[in-house]
Design a protein around this ligand. Structure first.
Ligand code: SAH
Length: 356
């Protein structure tokens, strides 16, 4: 058993089963034993690899998309350039490099990073030495100012609650102790107001997930964009509406039992964008269509950028580069599974590359 499993078994014995959301939050962010606080998750030697770690082109396209929105809105100064869950800082470093040539952008930006892990904050400080980042614990602490924000694979790490449809209501997935080990179990059925609309499109036995934190984070971002201008690019894997069990654990690039080693594996769930779009619209921002990542990157010119970079490379380096291009854009790789949702002010032009 991991040290965190010990802690959770003792707590559940004393206080009863806990929600999946509480289990996920402890596994990812426990101050001593949490996955992001403790481990080095990223890259070939880690547990998973993200788009900015695959190729610099991902951050370059993201940066140009945000800078275009900033220009379209009259180049407000100063403004907040923000990232949620910046990992190793690679994405923001590429955003900053790609926007160096945009007149006034660097002088006007105030860099804010929302990051829970002290270990990753240190990595981000090393990767971003030039813009004196301000670290925040919460999105609600972002300044009241024009906000240009990116979040890649942040929402999939936020804790979800999971329910199984029952004739008489919903049974919540709980984490309990069986035979001295952590195990999943369903609570007795009860009605749930937030899931009332899902009675129309689900059947007994169907599983749906909700992520309350994701909707409130999105509302907080959208309110700032509505009040002060700005743009947000929310990029993650998932779809429009939740259906089915998407809670999963990854260790060394392979799926593992999410109960087996709490704190040692990455835990994620698919992001459902419909509740985020609804929260953003209610909070006062316009919302783009949900756009496949591959379409967005290609419309922003990543094909030409890939050719330009390829011309400087030879042999294995060129092959790796072209494989990375394919991995980010192809429908059978990350191009379709990953989606982009854009938020922008209702009275401003839509964001480059996104579906209307
Ligand atoms: N965006 C990066 C890293 C994605 S991993 C990339 O694309 O490579 C998820 C990131 O979100 C990590 O930096 C993790 O520490 C951070 N994170 C997860 N949950 C968080 C929370 N509740 N609050 C703040 N940061 C969080």
């Amino acid at each position: 058993m991991t040290p965190l499993a010990d802690i959770l078994v003792r707590r559940i014995r004393q206080q009863g089963p806990i929600r999946l959301a509480d289990y996920m939050a402890e596994c990812l962010l426990h101050p001593d034993h949490g996955y992001y606080t403790r481990a080095e998750p990223f890259g070939a030697g880690g547990d998973f690899i993200t788009a900015p770690e695959i190729s610099q082109m991902f951050g370059e396209m993201s940066g140009l998309c945000l800078a275009q929105a900033w220009l379209d809105q009259g180049a407000p100064a100063p403004f907040t350039l923000a990232e949620l869950g910046p990992g190793r800082g690679t994405l923001m470093a590429d955003v900053l490099r790609a926007t160096r040539g945009v007149p006034g952008f660097h002088a006007a930006l105030r860099l804010h990073l929302v990051e829970a892990s002290p270990r990753l904050r240190a990595a981000q400080a090393a990767a971003l030495p030039d813009h004196a980042p301000v670290w925040l614990d919460r999105v609600d602490d972002l300044p009241e100012a024009p906000l240009f924000l990116i979040a890649n694979e942040f929402f999939d790490a936020l804790p979800i609650r999971q329910f199984t449809r029952h004739a008489a209501g919903w049974q919540e997935t709980m984490v309990t102790v069986q035979d001295d080990r952590l195990a999943l179990a369903l609570a007795p059925p009860s009605p749930l107001a937030v899931l009332a609309p899902r009675l129309a499109d689900t059947h007994p036995g169907d599983v749906v997930e909700i992520c309350p934190a994701a909707a409130s984070v999105t509302a907080s971002i959208a309110a700032r964009i509505g009040r002060h201008g700005g743009a947000a690019l929310l990029i993650d894997y998932g779809g429009w509406t939740s259906l089915g069990d998407t809670f999963q654990a990854l260790q060394s690039h392979a799926p593992v039992d999410p109960m087996a080693a709490p704190g040692r594996a990455d835990l994620t769930a698919h992001v459902d964008f419909a509740p985020l779009a609804a929260a953003a619209a209610t909070a006062g921002a316009a919302v783009s269509g949900l756009t496949p990542q591959g379409d967005w990157l290609l419309r922003l010119g990543m094909g030409q950028r890939a050719e330009t970079l390829a011309a400087r490379l030879q042999g294995a380096a060129r092959d790796t580069h072209m494989a990375a291009f394919r991995r980010l854009t192809a429908a059978d790789e990350m191009g379709t599974l990953f989606k982009v949702l854009g938020l922008y002010p209702a009275d401003s032009p839509p964001l480059a590359g996104l579906d209307p």
